[in-house]
Design a protein around this ligand. Structure first.
Ligand code: ADP
Length: 507
């Protein structure tokens, strides 16, 4: 559990310089949990006294929001026709230094960082993130236009995966840590793309970047980093099995002790019901009665009748198979036979799921509120206003919404997988009696199992208000602060540095 104590770190020899590389970071650009982590972790590391900095592609939204932006000069990359610029600035709300790779030909596109307005991946994504990786390598080698070289390079997900691989040879290189936020996204491209990217032909091998006749970006990060981790202990176990390993389970098993799981935390500045500026009414454990104001506000925001007594269930997330929205769709007609139950959904993704939700909402306009799109404010309002939160993901590397739900006194109803299994304590009789329960957990990703868990929540909510209140308060008291997780990352950085310096244990 996140609240278990971390053994104190030995005093680091000096302040560590850490370059965190990501393809998104809140609030500059966000499609999912990676963005929250990519900003929160370096901020937490700086609070621990380390010199952590963040680097992102220079998307227009990021350029606009960067505070105090300063052009720092050109990144000289062989084979690129146009100059690539480096812009240095600050995170909009903190003192975190952020570098943006200014390459308009690749990144000056509005909207989603990975796909065009119709939702299709940009055809040149391999070229875009290859360029990003080459720029990262220059910064990691201390060869960019800044007088700063990291001790540790921390890559995140496939978009950064070729950087550790390109940092394999040479002296004075930083230690490499690579974090997998979701193994299902691997950055796979065909042989023609591999040739176009000017990668050495020898890299096309099973011990290199080739993966079933395709180029794999993520393999570069896994193969060539001193430490690799994913974002929860249970998901770390799961991905070492064929069922969850997406074909990479063997490689991950081979890493042995160099692979682990570290839970994400919550950024308290952004997700705190006591100070959240995006919700109708602030509240905390001492002022829980005020939470109902948020229920009435979010019912209105989604066009449903304001109804204090109704049990309101929420869902926020990407509409993809992973998230199990089809399970929710399968049970909604039955669930909505209960006139005292409402469901609020904020989501975007696969068009057939969007349409199915909209059709159902049209048929149940007093009980089902659906907003298709991405809306940060509404996400906060749903977390604060609902009574319980649905997260039936088929797999979930960590999951952030269940953590936000716990923090907002909105008990999560989750499938027992990945980070959901690690963070939600099921409302069994025993846990309820002991005052340990924080949510509802079901074992199989099937509609009947989800329905049974919702039914259990509904019964407790309606028949035992004191037990429900205890459930809420126990959830709100859980410690998912970034400080704990950042200390674990710090330990990983030191382990990676020790390995980098000892050739015997090179990967
Ligand atoms: P994933 O990274 O797989 O999408 P997580 O639960 O780790 O899932 O993180 C999802 C993050 O994205 C949360 O901060 C969540 O609030 C946010 N989010 C997802 N979909 C939407 C949406 N449609 N509108 C606003 N925020 C969203």
């Amino acid at each position: 559990m996140a609240s278990s104590a971390v053994a104190p770190l030995p005093r680091p020899p000096k302040q560590l310089r850490i370059l965190v590389a990501s393809s998104e970071a809140h609030p500059l650009i966000k499609t999912g949990g990676l963005a929250d982590v990519a900003a929160s972790l370096p901020i937490a590391l700086r609070a621990l006294g380390e010199d952590a900095r963040l680097v992102l592609p220079g998307y227009p939204a990021a350029m606009r929001q960067l505070r105090n932006p300063q052009p720092r000069g050109a990144l000289v990359l062989a084979g690129y026709r146009r100059p690539i610029g480096l812009i240095q600035g600050l995170h909009p709300e903190t003192e975190l230094p952020i570098y943006l790779i200014d390459a308009p030909e690749y990144f000056a596109r509005e909207g989603n960082p990975y796909s065009d307005p119709t939702g299709r991946d940009w055809g040149d994504n391999a070229d875009r993130f290859m360029l990003f990786c080459r720029a990262l390598v220059l910064l990691a080698r201390g060869q960019g236009p800044i007088d700063w070289q990291p001790d540790v390079f921390h890559g995140n997900d496939w978009q950064t995966g070729l950087a550790p691989w390109l940092l394999n040879d040479g002296a004075g290189l930083p230690a490499r840590v690579f974090t997998i936020h979701n193994l299902a996204y691997q950055g796979l491209f065909d042989r023609a793309t591999f040739d176009r990217l000017r990668l050495p032909p020898a890299a096309w091998s099973i011990s290199g970047l080739e993966f079933h006749q395709r180029l794999s970006f993520i393999k570069g990060g896994i193969l060539c980093s001193e430490r690799v981790n994913t974002v929860s202990p249970t998901y770390a176990d799961e991905v070492r099995t064929p069922r969850f390993g997406c074909g990479l389970d063997g490689l991950l098993r081979k890493l042995g002790g160099r692979f682990c799981g570290i839970l994400n935390g919550i950024d308290d500045r952004v997700w705190n019901p006591a100070s959240d500026p995006l919700i109708a009414q602030n509240y905390d454990a001492e002022r829980l009665v005020l939470k109902v104001e948020n229920k009435l506000a979010v019912q209105r925001a989604l066009g449903l009748p304001r109804h204090e007594e109704a049990l309101v269930l929420g869902y926020i997330g990407r509409l993809v198979e992973q998230k199990g929205v089809d399970l929710i769709l399968a049970i909604l007609p039955e669930l909505l036979k209960d006139p005292l139950l409402q469901v609020l959904i904020l989501a975007a993704g696969e068009p057939h799921l969007e349409q199915a939700l909209l059709d159902l909402a049209a048929a149940h306009s007093r009980q089902l509120g659906v907003f298709i799109g991405y809306d940060e404010r509404l996400a906060h309002q749903i977390e604060a206003g609902c009574d319980a939160f649905l997260m039936p993901s088929r797999f979930e590397p960590c999951g952030l919404n269940q953590l936000y739900s716990l923090r907002y006194g909105t008990p999560p109803i989750v499938h027992r997988t990945g980070g959901l299994a690690d963070t939600v304590i099921p409302a069994t009789d025993e846990h309820l009696r002991a005052g340990r329960a924080t949510g509802f957990v079901f074992n199989e990703p099937r509609p009947e199992a989800l329905f049974a868990a919702i039914d259990q929540a509904r019964r407790l909510y309606r028949t035992d208000p004191p037990a429900w209140r205890r459930l809420i308060l126990t959830g709100m008291a859980q410690d998912f602060s970034w400080t704990q997780s950042a200390q674990r990352y710090l330990r990983l950085y030191h382990e990676a540095l020790a390995d980098r310096l000892s050739p015997a244990s090179d990967p």
